[in-house]
Design a protein around this ligand. Structure first.
Ligand code: GLU
Length: 475
C-alpha cells in the first residue's frame, strides 16, 4: 500500500471551532498512526467570507496543540490557474460545460420557498453557440455534467456504504463567474494533486461526497478513502443535545485557552470524543501515545457530546501533573497581577498546585486572600477539634503576642511556635491550628493550613487579621 497521506483543509474563518480542531487531530492521527504524511491546506476561495488574520489563528492553534504538518500550507487562492486548467480538461472530455444563464433566470427556477436547482439549460447549447457566447464576453460559470440515471455510491470508513440516485444531483458549479472555483471542485483537484489517500472531515460532507466521487471518476483518478466524523454535540439546559454552539459554552480553541485550559488537556479530551482505544481503559494520552494507539477501527459514528465538566477534570489532572517550572510560568504572572505586594506568591502558587481545575478560577479561589471576608463566627466551632467560641478566643488572645514576637516568618517557625503554645497551654494542636486558620482566612475551606497561610500572608497581614478576629470576639 502506498504511503498514507491526510490533510486538514480549514477555511480561514477567524476562529478554530473545537469540532474543526478534532477533525485536524483525527486527520493527523489517521496518518501518523500509520507512519504517513500530513498536509495543511487553507481553503480560502470564498472571498466574501475572508477574515483578516484568520490564517494565523489556524497556524497558532496547530502549533500550540502539536499537530505538525509535513507539507503546506497550500493556499487555494494562489492556485486558481490550476483549477481552471482542470475545469477545462473536464469540458474537453465532455464532463463539464459552460453555463451562461443569468442570475435572473436561475432565480426564476426557484419555488416560493427559494428552493430549486438548475435545469441543465446550457448543457445542450451547440458548440458554435458556446463559442459565440465566449467571444461576446458573456459571463459564465462552469458546471459539472451529472449522469441522469443510475446511482453513485462509496464506502465510508465510519458510516459504511453511502449511495445516492444520480437524478437527485444537480449540475454543480465548478468555477464561478468571478473565476474562483467552488469548494466542491477545488478540494477534489487538490486532494488528487497532493496525493491525499484518506479524506478525514466532518460528516456534513457525507452526502455530497458522491458528487465528488463523480469528479474523480470523470478525471479517471483513483478515489480516496473517506472518513467522515460524527458531529460534536453540546448538552442543552433541558437535557437534550444539539450541535455544539456558543450557547453550550466556549466553542473555539482560543476561548478555551483564554478560560485557562491547557492545550494538552484539550487535545487529550477531544481525542476521546468519537474515538476509543482498543483493549484498554486508558484515558490519559500524550500526542506520542495517541499516534501509537489511534486506529480507524476505534472511530464511532454516534455523535459525541462535549462535556465541559469532563474537560475541566482532564485539565485539573494535567495541572496536577505539570512540572513546577511549567506551572509557575503560568500561575505566577496571574498571582502577581491579582495579589498585593505583601503576599508571598511563590508559596501561594505551591498551595494552589493541585487545587485548581482551570487557571481562570484562581481569582475566585483566592478571594479570601485578596480581601478580608465577612466573618461568620460559627466557623470557629468544629466538632472534630472540639473548638468552641470561648476556646478560640482564648487561643487567639494568647497566641497573638507570641506571633508578634516571632522573627522568622516561615512555615516551619510558625508551626513550631504554635506547637509549643499547644504543649504549654495544654490545648490540642488541632484546636490551635483551627482557630488560627479561621482567624486569618475567615472561611472554612482553604488551600493549606494555618501556618502555610500565614506564611503566604506575611507577618503584617497575618497579625492584622488575628487582631481583627480578637476585636470581633471582644465586640
Ligand atoms: N474547507 C472545508 C471546511 O472547512 C474543508 C472540508 C474538507 O475537509 O474537505 O469545512
Amino acid at each position: 500500500m502506498s504511503e498514507i497521506k491526510t490533510r486538514f483543509a480549514p477555511s480561514p474563518t477567524g476562529f478554530m471551532h473545537i469540532g474543526n480542531l478534532r477533525t485536524a487531530l483525527y486527520s493527523y492521527l489517521v496518518s501518523k498512526s500509520q507512519g504517513g504524511k500530513f498536509v495543511l491546506r487553507i481553503e480560502d476561495t470564498d472571498q466574501v467570507r475572508h477574515v483578516e488574520g484568520a490564517e494565523d489563528v489556524i497556524l497558532n492553534t496547530l502549533k500550540m496543540t502539536g499537530i505538525d504538518y509535513d507539507e503546506g500550507p497550500y493556499i487555494q487562492s494562489e492556485r486558481l490557474d490550476i483549477y481552471k486548467e482542470y475545469a477545462d480538461k473536464l469540458i474537453q472530455s465532455g464532463h463539464a460545460y459552460y453555463c451562461f444563464c443569468t442570475p435572473e433566470r436561475l432565480e426564476s427556477l426557484k419555488d416560493d420557498k427559494g428552493i430549486g436547482g438548475y435545469d441543465g439549460h446550457c448543457r445542450y447549447l451547440s458548440k458554435s453557440q458556446v463559442e459565440k457566447n465566449l467571444a461576446d464576453g458573456i459571463p459564465y460559470v462552469i458546471r459539472q455534467k451529472m449522469p441522469n440515471e443510475g446511482s453513485t455510491s462509496y464506502y465510508d470508513k465510519v458510516y459504511g456504504r453511502v449511495s445516492i440516485d444520480n437524478v437527485e444531483l444537480r449540475d454543480q458549479i465548478l468555477i464561478k463567474a468571478d473565476g474562483y472555483p467552488t469548494y466542491n471542485f477545488c478540494h477534489v483537484v487538490d486532494d488528487h494533486l497532493m496525493g491525499i489517500t484518506h479524506v478525514v472531515r466532518g460528516n456534513e460532507y457525507l452526502t455530497s461526497t458522491p458528487k465528488y466521487c463523480l469528479l474523480y471518476d470523470a478525471f479517471g483518478w483513483e478515489r480516496p478513502t473517506y472518513v467522515h466524523l460524527p458531529l460534536l454535540m453540546g448538552k442543552d439546559a433541558d437535557g437534550n443535545v444539539s450541535k455544539l454552539s456558543k450557547r453550550h459554552g466556549a466553542v473555539s480553541f482560543q476561548d478555551l485557552i483564554n478560560d485557562g485550559y491547557l492545550p494538552e488537556a484539550i487535545v487529550n479530551y477531544i481525542a476521546l470524543l468519537g474515538w476509543c482505544p482498543k483493549d484498554t481503559n486508558q484515558e490519559f494520552f500524550t500526542m506520542d501515545e495517541l499516534k501509537k494507539s489511534f486506529s480507524l477501527e476505534g472511530l464511532s459514528k454516534s455523535p459525541a457530546v462535549f462535556d465541559y465538566e469532563k474537560l475541566k477534570w482532564f485539565n485539573s489532572e494535567y495541572i496536577k501533573k505539570m512540572p513546577d517550572e511549567d506551572y509557575n510560568k503560568i500561575i505566577l504572572p496571574i498571582l502577581e497581577n491579582l495579589c498585593p505586594e505583601y503576599i508571598n506568591i511563590e508559596k501561594l502558587a505551591v498551595l494552589l498546585h493541585g487545587r485548581i481545575a482551570v487557571f481562570s478560577e484562581v481569582k475566585e479561589k483566592i478571594e479570601f486572600i485578596l480581601s478580608r471576608l465577612d466573618m461568620d463566627s460559627s466557623l470557629y466551632i468544629n466538632k472534630k477539634n472540639k473548638t468552641t467560641l470561648e476556646l478560640c478566643s482564648q487561643i487567639l488572645n494568647e497566641s497573638l503576642p507570641l506571633l508578634e514576637n516571632l522573627e522568622n516568618w516561615d512555615n516551619d517557625s510558625l508551626f513550631a511556635l504554635l506547637k509549643e503554645y499547644s504543649a504549654s497551654s495544654g490545648i490540642k494542636a488541632g484546636a490551635v491550628m483551627w482557630a488560627v486558620r479561621i482567624a486569618v482566612a475567615r472561611q472554612s475551606i482553604t488551600p493549606g493550613g494555618a501556618t502555610e497561610l500565614m506564611e503566604v500572608f506575611g507577618k503584617n497581614e497575618s497579625i492584622e487579621r488575628i487582631k481583627l478576629a480578637v476585636s470581633e470576639f471582644n465586640a
